[in-house]
Design a protein around this ligand. Structure first.
Ligand SMILES: Cc1cc2nc3c(=O)[nH]c(=O)nc-3n(C[C@H](O)[C@H](O)[C@H](O)COP(=O)(O)OP(=O)(O)OC[C@H]3O[C@@H](n4cnc5c(N)ncnc54)[C@H](O)[C@@H]3O)c2cc1C
Ligand code: SF4
Ligand code: SF4
Ligand code: SF4
Length: 375
């Protein structure tokens, strides 16, 4: 019997499902709301391809250029409509201008987050901005394999998703990849529950959820829920979902021992927030957002050279980036009560879960991060 990988290591990247020549692998949701590969033994011919493709079983240390920049898109409207300094939009525009396509994470009409393809600039909006839950890749890797035969494809996702597509495709001059600094991904089941309770409380249907609303600024960003009949802004300090996310209680098991931190990058470019910009480069600060940009490959360098005329940027030291962003090098800590949390997720409301499982020192963190905004 083929067993691909222990559950606590599997990132759900779907490379094994997409490579299987017999269609014997299906991604199945577990009780926590995360998807894992399930093999249909009747279809499996024991060829071993799934194991040979899994990026965790075949981890290689990737040599990276690791050139680092602090910078932002010069278009302030695009910055407002992005999580950080809107560098993703610049790369996406470059790829679309060259007849390529862009694959990223967007909510569908049922607030289900999945990776989708975009062919035109006017359709890029749903892709922009970070969504703090795991995105469903479904069969997008197989679609990408078809597309790169004839055109450039930009894939953006978490580092483990990029490792997955790179393991599946192996090599192609047409595949461009961006990964994100990654704190970890919370369970889609938790988000679903949060949305359901939010809809009940507001007696309205949610049409869009924005984790990075910048009407209160980049550093002080809020969450914005758009319903059919109204919009509400939720402070991220009061948001129960965000508190549970940052308490590390609801992350995918693989996030507690992540294989794809700095030093093992599969992407051409890595993007994140340059939170410490005021300390290291005060002249680069702006209220719509500043990015940290790490170039990992020669292809990444070519892309950066093609977008840099639309940016304000400076070379920076990687240590300065890490100092404000430990998630680049460190995994989240596994809370002892994680199993218990997921057992109660089905039956307990978000308010009660937040009270019981929120990290008590988050209030201290809030004060600290507020202070950081001024120094
Ligand atoms: C789950 C998660 C955790 C993160 N953790 C950190 C962190 O700890 N520190 C930090 O500095 N930055 C983190 N980031 C990255 C940061 O929030 C921005 O996404 C990044 O700086 C790019 O910003 P931008 O302005 O260039 O692009 P934007 O215009 O904001 O575009 C963001 C891109 O990310 C993709 N994306 C959004 N949500 C997901 C998702 N759930 N899964 C896969 N792809 C997605 C979108 O398709 C879009 O292309 C995280 C992002 C995510 C999604
Ligand atoms: S061993 Fe081969 S046939 Fe069986 S699940 Fe893996 S890839 Fe599919
Ligand atoms: S290829 Fe990806 S989804 Fe499949 S077992 Fe490995 S990590 Fe999990
Ligand atoms: S922390 Fe690591 S395992 Fe978790 S989503 Fe991010 S890249 Fe994947």
């Amino acid at each position: 019997m083929v067993e691909i990988l222990e559950k606590n290591k599997c990132t759900g990247c779907t490379a094994c499902m997409n490579i299987c020549p017999k269609g014997a692998i299906e991604m199945v949701e577990d009780n926590e709301g995360f998807k894992y590969p399930l093999i249909n033994q009747d279809k499996c011919i024991d060829c071993g391809l799934c194991k040979r493709t899994c990026p965790i079983l075949n981890t290689k240390r990737n040599e990276s250029i690791n050139k680092c920049y602090v910078g932002y898109n010069n278009d302030s409207n695009e910055r407002l409509n992005a999580s950080s300094g809107s560098v993703f939009s610049l790369v996406a525009n470059y790829v679309l201008d060259n007849n390529g396509i862009v694959i990223g994470a967007a909510f569908d009409d049922n607030n289900h987050l999945k990776h989708v393809a975009v062919e035109k600039k006017e359709d890029l909006d749903p892709l922009r901005k970070s969504k703090y839950l795991q995105s469903d890749l479904d069969h997008i890797f197989t679609y990408i394999k078809e597309q790169i035969k004839s055109r450039k494809v930009l894939f953006i996702g978490t580092p483990c998703q990029v490792a997955g597509i790179k393991s599946f495709i192996k090599k192609s001059d047409n595949l461009i990849t961006i990964d994100l600094f990654c704190y970890g991904v919370p369970s889609p089941k938790l988000f679903e529950k949060y949305i359901k309770e939010l809809e009940e409380k507001n007696n309205d249907k949610l049409v869009n959820y924005d984790f990075r609303d910048k009407s209160t600024g980049w550093k002080k960003h809020s969450n914005r829920a758009k319903f059919e009949n109204k919009e509400i802004v939720i402070s991220r300090y009061k948001n129960k979902y965000m508190k549970l996310f940052l308490s590390d209680i609801a992350l995918r098991k693989s996030c507690y021992n992540c294989n794809f931190k700095l030093g093992n990058k599969y992407s051409d470019i890595t993007l994140g927030d340059f939170w410490c910009v005021k300390k290291h480069y005060p002249e680069m600060y702006n209220k719509e957002g500043v990015s940290a940009i790490i170039i990992n490959t020669d292809e990444g360098k070519v892309i950066f050279d093609n977008i840099k005329n639309y940016m304000t940027y400076k070379t920076c030291n990687i240590k300065e980036t890490i100092s404000g962003n430990q998630s680049l090098i460190k995994s989240a800590t596994l809370p002892q009560k994680r199993e218990l949390f997921f057992k109660e997720l089905e039956t307990t409301n978000i308010n009660a879960l937040e009270k019981k499982y929120r990290k008590k020192h988050l209030i201290v963190r809030k004060i600290k991060s507020k202070l950081k905004m001024f120094f």
